[in-house]
Design a protein around this ligand. Sequence first.
Ligand SMILES: Cc1ncc(COP(=O)(O)O)c(C=O)c1O
Length: 420
Amino acid sequence: MSSLWHPFADMASVKDDEFVVSRGNGARVWDEAGREYIDAKGGLWYCSIGHGRGEIADAVSAQMRELAVYDIFASTANRPAIELADRVAALAPFADGAVFFTSGGSDAVDTAGKLALRYWHALGKPDKRTIVHRERSYHGMNAYGTSLAGIAANREGIGALIPDTASVGSDDTDALERLFSERGDQIAAFIGEPVIGAGGIYAPAPGYWRRVQELCRARDVLLIADEVICGFGRLGTWFGCHRFGITPDMITCAKGITSGYLPLGAVIASPRLQEPFWTTPGAALFRHGYTYSGHPSVCAAGLANLDVLEREGLLERVSRLEQVLDAAMRPLAELPQVSEVRSGVGLLAAVEIAPDVRAAEPGVVDRIVKGCRERGVLTRGLAGHSLQVSPAFVIDEAEIGRIAEVFAETLSGVSVGTGV
Ligand SMILES: Cc1ncc(COP(=O)(O)O)c(C=O)c1O
């Protein structure tokens, strides 16, 4: 029996049934028994450059030998943090961004939420405290993320830790318009994922993001793009905002910033957000930060990761593979066990298990995930209804084809009421 308490796990069953991954290379990983798997989910969406990249290990090792760790509080800095901030800011959809480093995506969401409130307070509008989110959204598991969870199960037994939130339908700009006109003077920010990820992979309705941007500007509401999944190339552009043609006020990011090699998150703040804090000495201070904000060894991993993404043209590769993945996954929609396939925007796909199949056997999604694993493909259930596909950008066409084959084989063995 294990002493390791797994995140998001039914420990009563997992404690005696761990799946131990021990090695990775490219889009593949191996378990302790030496069995090989295609990692269809790219770890937890993060492993953009693929597993087993010696150049990241080398960059981190060199940095650790020089200066493993030093904080960046007050006026202290370190060179990797400065360089990574400059490079990340240069990739953002607005000029002259400032980068606030965190330890991961949940921290980035908390940071953005607090910064929004602090910004309005500094501008003499302390009543603007509410943050609006979309149904189906996932914004991490810290206080803001839990309270902004569009996946209700993620608040079960806990409730909303932060009371000042509001939810709107994930594509419902009319509801957003109504909410803004009723309560605009209390609304600090709107937060959304360019493509909803953990909630089941939902691309926005055509024109959705431009309309949201218009409404935010008209009502003086800050727009926060949560790019923890979409950022750093997953949609074939540096940020999802580029793909949907919008310019937010803040971006939250993590995962792909280091391809997950070391934990890192960030908030990229546009000049508007910097203004109260960066202009007049002594005027306003954002009293916030984490011990490991700007950790030099972690930032070294980030810099090496950006080098790989750029040098190998991996964003262009994603744009090309988007169609390959779409073509491979679409036919699964014909299976009676599948109600919908969502793909075609970036290297992302979800295969939704039909409601009647799930109703007939509540554990069926987990059983399908296990069935795929037994056939050599790692996926997981999203929001209790869909299979996740978000592989490394280095995946090849044959590997994509194999994921679709294994899904088809496994799903075909499921009949309503009898399971895999
Ligand atoms: C959109 C989004 N925001 C925030 C988070 C939280 O990031 P982390 O798990 O690094 O805290 C995630 C994690 O999946 C995410 O997908």
